[in-house]
Design a protein around this ligand. Structure first.
Ligand SMILES: Cc1ncc(C[n+]2csc(CCOP(=O)(O)OP(=O)(O)O)c2C)c(N)n1
Ligand SMILES: [Mg+2]
Length: 359
């Protein structure tokens, strides 16, 4: 896969290669933007937390401490931390099953996320969701969802509720590149634009749906152009650059809050690990993976901090140490926490007052 992040208006029927542009040097990246030190440091610290947390998850999976499905987000971190700074805390988030990064970016306690991965009662979904079904109402994270594309109409529905209740909030609805081939994507986009819902649809295009490349699933490989069928303003975003993520979402949020309706953003990103823990990733070359690691979003932010003299080596050492401790404390917390009681299995299935459950 070779992505160009040019906004060239390739027709939707033309196949085009899609790799993130490597044209700009790291130094140029740093100087092109004008974000304050606090923002860069926040991005760095949250991305590093997600990275170290997930590296630990990979190890713990190998030791069978974490079981079941587990999809790592490593490489895609800029997509979520850029969203945190561009949106407001009342906004709602929803995504698919590759969902560890989203609550961690929003500020869910790493202890609660790790405990959930261990299926413990102290987990953010009370140990009943596991890796694919993290939820945290406190930070407005409406969950990870295991059915490909299922969260897209749900995201539109959440946005509908915000509009109905006349709030100033929006819903950001993340999905993978594989999800855009689902009918639900098209139905939700159509209604969201018809009703001008305050929703931002974000395709995290990491190039593959399991082992199937974007090119193998359709003639239409410039995924953002799919929004044009519904008159939705749509654009591709180089999502290895957190600054671009932030700026694109700021534009989309402004539209949504003005009442102009949805935006479709194609975040061009990459996952370094396999689809899930059991994927030997034979469908891609080592060279392709290495070329993306050169664009590592965390390294780029580190470079920006250094070249803008917003941090020195001491800062990076301190953050690394602090982050490792947060992750190891989360593992201890998860280990020491109890499993849920058996009776818990019947709770949180329906709202207690569900009208059809009368004796
Ligand atoms: C409706 C449905 N069909 C098939 C699957 C099996 N499945 C799980 S993940 C996946 C690939 C989705 O890829 P993508 O949307 O690109 O997300 P990514 O894993 O890259 O984040 C598939 C086909 C599923 N979970 N749901
Ligand atoms: Mg994908």
């Amino acid at each position: 896969m070779a992505k160009t992040n040019s906004k060239s208006t390739n027709t939707t029927t033309k196949k085009s290669k899609t790799t993130n542009s490597k044209s700009s040097s790291k130094a140029k990246v740093a100087s092109k933007y004008n974000f304050p030190k606090e923002t860069y440091q926040f991005w760095y610290e949250r991305m590093l937390l997600i990275r170290r947390f997930e590296e630990k998850c990979g190890q713990l999976y190998g030791r069978q401490k974490i079981k079941g499905f587990c999809h790592l987000y490593i490489g895609q971190e800029a997509c979520v931390v850029g969203a945190v700074t561009a949106l407001k805390k009342e906004d709602k988030w929803i995504t698919a099953y590759r969902d560890h990064g989203h609550p961690l970016a929003l500020g869910t306690s790493p202890n609660a996320v790790m405990a959930e991965l261990f299926a413990k009662a102290t987990g953010c979904t009370k140990g009943k969701g596991g890796s694919m079904h993290l939820f945290d109402k406190e930070v407005n994270f409406m969950g990870g969802h295991g059915i490909v594309g299922a969260q897209i109409p749900l995201g539109a529905g959440i946005a509908f509720a915000e509009k109905y209740n006349k709030t100033d909030n929006l819903c950001i609805c993340f999905m993978g590149d594989g999800a855009v081939r689902q009918g639900a994507f098209h139905e939700a986009l159509n209604m969201a634009m018809t009703w001008k819902l305050p929703v931002i649809f974000v395709i995290e295009n990491n190039g593959y749906a399991m082992g199937t490349s974007v090119e193998r699933t359709s003639n239409v490989v410039e995924l953002y152009t799919l929004g044009e069928a519904y008159d939705i303003p749509s654009e591709p975003v180089d999502a290895m650059k957190v600054e671009e993520v932030h700026l694109s979402l700021e534009r989309a949020a402004e539209r949504a809050r003005k009442g102009d309706g949805p935006t479709l953003l194609e975040f061009r990103t990459y996952r370094y690990r396999g689809h899930s823990m059991s994927d030997p990733a034979k469908y891609r070359t080592k060279e392709e993976l290495a070329s993306y690691k050169e664009l590592d979003p965390i390294e780029m932010v580190k470079e920006a901090l250094l070249s803008n003299k917003m941090a020195d080596e001491g800062y990076f050492e301190e953050i690394e140490k602090k982050t490792k401790k947060i992750v190891s404390d989360a593992v201890d917390f998860a280990e020491e926490s109890p499993y849920p009681d058996v009776e818990e299995i019947y709770k949180d299935v329906y709202v207690e007052s569900y009208p059809f459950l009368k004796d």
